[in-house]
Design a protein around this ligand. Structure first.
Ligand code: AMP
Length: 416
């Protein structure tokens, strides 16, 4: 092996590709029921788009972006910023007052690879742009959870918080820093680094010492306005009415600067340290920050590989690959030519068929037909070609019937 794939990437081999297709199809159906439309954007964007929206001091922008051409462009590390860019650039606000959009695509982050964390990974996600009604928050959370439920995933915890507006956070961050100053030296190195540049993220620390210190820290919720608190209470009540189980976690802040108001994350213990399956929140200021009119919005992204890890652990039964309807066994060159032409004719009629591509013996061709789980087999040799008579064999019970060779491409392949 001369050259291997880059670290943190993976090949998707046929069996897994089939599984992914099944996952995608199922998720797309749910998204369609919720009335979301797909949006696709370029794989790379101007680097400034991500700097401006995600924030220069975040982990993603400060150390995880794949940037090139003198830093002008960057492979997308997430989709919210590109979707908002596309929304503005294509004046989508003129079309409908509320846009309900989804994507299903790959992302790139130069992270330290580990189980469930890759440098190229797939996400499906939604963005609802144009409404500040809390029912949207509930719908979006319900949608994400329904996807998990339809895959039979039950062992999850849904965490919800409200991180308020930038103004509401300002006073909190001041007080948080004041409180943390006396512990600065004992905080983890990551938290020490975040203290100056991104103190809110310290709340997210998984380090036991940090967690202990944070126990008596100021609580962000207490800094929220009555209006924000009422929004949060309404959302919580609605989620309860929907019988959604969740925990309020006042320390839940997410990794991107654009988040405001509602934040949420769904975690699974099956996932180890990278335990979030999906997460998101409101980003009510982002459209304006990118040059649009003030427009509230909310979204989330779900990692497909993490979803698959949980599915594999729960021994999820993926559907079987569609079986071959017919395998044409051929003996000799003339029959091989006949077999391939006939197979192509049948494929045009929507039958899944296979032929021998290795000039093998009848025995190994039959073996191949079995391996491919072919429903029917026809053996064609010079005799069959001459007499125009062959046998159609049903593999499940060995029943055979006579067929005319020149009518093979007109049969309906249903012996009953
Ligand atoms: P984020 O875009 O960081 O809010 O992440 C949303 C979801 O994407 C997470 O909950 C994960 O399921 C998934 N995800 C994020 N980063 C990675 C990664 N490096 N590798 C695999 N999945 C990821």
């Amino acid at each position: 092996m001369l050259i291997q794939k880059p670290k943190g990437t993976f090949d998707i081999l046929p069996e897994e590709a089939n599984q992914r297709q099944h996952i995608e199809k199922k998720i797309r159906k749910i998204l369609s029921n919720y009335n979301y439309d797909e949006i696709c954007t370029p794989t790379f964007e101007k680097t400034s788009l991500f700097k401006r929206s995600i924030g220069e001091e975040t982990d993603v922008v400060s150390k995880e972006m794949y940037s090139f051409n003198d830093d002008e462009f960057t492979l997308r590390p997430e989709m919210t910023a590109p979707v908002v860019r596309a929304y503005l650039e294509n004046s989508m606000y003129n079309e409908f007052p509320v846009q309900k959009l989804f994507y299903f695509t790959n992302m790139f982050r130069h992270e330290r690879p580990q189980a469930g964390r890759y440098r190229e990974f797939y996400q499906y996600g939604v963005e609802v742009i144009g409404s500040n009604d809390y029912t949207v928050d509930a719908e979006v959370i319900a949608l994400g959870l329904q996807v998990l439920k339809e895959f039979g995933i039950r062992d999850i915890v849904t965490k919800i918080n409200n991180i308020g507006t930038l103004q509401e956070r300002e006073l909190f961050i001041n007080d948080l820093k004041k409180y943390l100053t006396k512990y600065l030296k004992v905080l983890s190195l990551d938290s020490q680094r975040r203290f100056e540049k991104n103190p809110l993220r310290i709340l997210d620390s998984k380090e036991p010492t940090d967690i202990e210190i944070l126990e008596n820290a100021p609580v962000l919720y207490e800094y929220l306005s009555e209006e924000t608190k009422e929004f949060f209470t309404n959302l919580i009540e609605l989620l309860k009415e929907m019988r959604i189980r969740f925990e309020v976690d006042y320390k839940l802040v997410r990794g991107f600067d654009y988040y405001t108001s509602t934040t949420f994350e769904v975690i699974s213990d099956e996932l180890g340290s990278q335990n979030a399956i999906f997460g998101g929140g409101r980003y009510d200021m982002l459209v304006e920050q990118l040059g649009g009119k003030p427009t509230p919005a909310i979204g989330f992204a779900c990692g497909i590989e993490r979803l698959m890890i949980v599915l594999n652990k729960s021994k999820y039964q993926y559907p079987q690959k569609e079986r071959l309807k017919l395998y044409l066994v051929s003996i000799g060159e003339k029959a091989r030519r006949f077999a391939i032409k006939t197979a192509i004719e049948l494929r045009k009629k929507n039958f899944k068929c296979g032929t021998d591509l290795l000039v093998r013996s009848v025995k190994s061709q039959m073996k191949e037909a079995n391996r491919l789980n072919a429903e029917y087999v026809i053996v064609i040799g010079s005799e069959e070609l001459e007499s125009n008579e062959a046998r159609l064999k049903r593999m499940s019970d060995g029943i055979e019937i006579d067929v005319m060779v020149n009518k093979i491409n007109e049969l309906d392949y249903n012996i009953d």
